[in-house]
Write a protein of this length. Sequence first.
Length: 246
Amino acid sequence: MIFNKKIVVVLPAYNAAATLEKTYSEIPFDLVDEVVLVDDASRDNTIEVAREVGIKHIVSHEKNKGYGGNQKSCYQKALELGADIVIMLHPDYQYTPRLIPVMSYMIASELYPVVLASRILGNGALRGGMPLYKYVANRVLTFMQNLVINQKLSEYHTGYRAFSADVLRNINFEENSDDFVFDNQMLCQIFNKGYEIGEVTCPTKYFKEASSINFRRSVIYGLGCLETSVKYFLHRKNVINEKIFR
């Protein structure tokens, strides 16, 4: 615990057997109280590896619910366990668990209620192997989103995030998509509630086992992000009454 805050790390897993043990071994258990793994109907032995490494809280989806659907189960379980701080960490070892203390302290000390680990701050993304087209697309998309919703994040697309439990209880994340655009819908919900978001620099690693989406899915995701930003803008201007922001 930090300042008597219960810290729960959630791992949204899909075919993560090859990287789960390495990720889990670097979690700082002197601070982290519980770990939750949600397996989204993996085709490999992710659940068996999770049991072998000692993860107590395992949620198994009988059918694949998608990345957003996986996160919904993650946050539900973390709140059931009485978490004060919830950290989402991908078990594919693309993001380092060594940032957990920094992100946790930022929330526990009430500096920010939400903290993102940004691949774009600094030069970590390209140095870590992010494909150039993804880097450029990330920068362009983030610029457009900041312009539309009047914010200044360095990126909206990191999968490494920390939340105060109060934030999770006060946004309607259950109404969000079950697909990848869930992440961006959630950030707009957070801004809509008036919460501020902090960022820390995060080194990343791109390799064969690290999860990624193909070009077609990336385009669909990008368009979904822009649609979410426009809907957020129109909702704030009282032009529409968007369900996820109610």
